[in-house]
Write a protein that binds this ligand. Sequence first.
Ligand code: SF4
Length: 61
Amino acid sequence: MTVSVNRELCYGSGECAFRVPSVFTAVDGLGAVVPGREDADGDPEVREAAERCPSQAIALG
Ligand code: SF4
């Protein structure tokens, strides 16, 4: 199980990095997973960030 950001769907709102900066960051203006944190999909905050992503770009599992 992993967490990932689909950069084709993301439009760079920055909400994921704002909510969970330990797991999400921005790369070239788009959301990205902090290297080494791809296994954080079980974190409730990560799940909430995925649910609240306005473009549903965050995939879990
Ligand atoms: S919350 Fe969604 S749209 Fe916004 S930066 Fe993160 S992945 Fe992209």
